[in-house]
Design a protein around this ligand. Structure first.
Ligand code: URA
Length: 231
């Protein structure tokens, strides 16, 4: 498929109307006849995007059905020069309402965890695997993650953090392309292969709110993070 065809399909999938001169059009075709492979489209088209274009693309994204139930997309928040990128799972109800990640109770705990190792929320960048809220906070579906992950991959390429923190099973398994349980993934230093960056896995703050006895383990993870940041 040519770059132009690919772009046309992407724009159609995103319901972005592009005006062009009749004479500039290629022979008529109906891009809607084919199933749109969102992950292929988003991967190829975001790979050269700058930050504002990427953000606008996410805001307009209609690659999966989550666009029908969302109130706001949640692109991410924080310092674009941050050494540390925190990656969560997906927006919850508060995030969907406000458009920023980790603004509910789990976010308060995340802020405290960061403070414990001398980081302010404003000093890191925070994003999610999914940019839209799954209804009733169900787990993200594989196709939703496949469509959405290219946005995060581009964010990582543009941010170039010194270290990535995966908060929770979904972020850890997705970024490490692993099916290992989080209990096995946390507690050590990993490499995020796509960008050759150090990565730390820890429990999701929402899980820690439900299971406070696991906070001691997450403190061990945070110490690994601090050590990497100090290198
Ligand atoms: N949980 C997440 O994983 N991300 C958010 O932004 C909020 C809650």
């Amino acid at each position: 498929m040519s770059e132009r065809d690919l772009q046309r399909r992407y724009l159609d999938a995103m319901e972005i109307v592009v005006w062009e001169q009749r004479s500039a059009r290629f022979p008529k075709e109906n891009p809607c006849n084919d199933e749109v492979d969102g992950s292929l489209l988003s991967t190829r088209l975001v790979e050269d995007m700058d930050w504002p274009t990427l953000q606008a693309t996410v805001e307009n994204c209609r690659l999966c059905e989550l666009c029908n139930s969302r109130n706001r997309t949640v692109f991410g928040v924080g310092d674009l020069q941050a050494d540390c990128l925190i990656v969560g799972e997906a927006p919850g109800a508060d995030e969907d309402r406000l458009g920023d990640p980790f603004v509910g109770r789990a976010g308060q705990l995340l802020n405290s965890m960061l403070r414990a190792i001398g980081l302010k929320r404003e000093q890191v960048y925070i994003a999610n695997i999914l940019k839209c809220r799954p209804p009733k906070n169900r787990d993200p579906r594989p196709d939703e993650m496949a469509n959405c992950e290219p946005y995060l991959i581009r964010q990582i390429a543009l941010l170039q953090p010194k270290v990535i923190v995966a908060a929770g099973r979904i972020a850890a398994q997705t970024l490490l392309q692993s099916s290992a349980p989080i209990g096995r993934l946390r507690g050590s230093r990993h490499v995020y292969q796509a960008a050759n960056l150090p990565m730390v896995v820890t429990y999701h703050p929402a899980y820690l709110l439900r299971s406070p006895s696991q906070k001691a383990k997450s403190w061990e993870d945070l110490k690994i993070l601090r050590k990497i940041l100090d290198e």
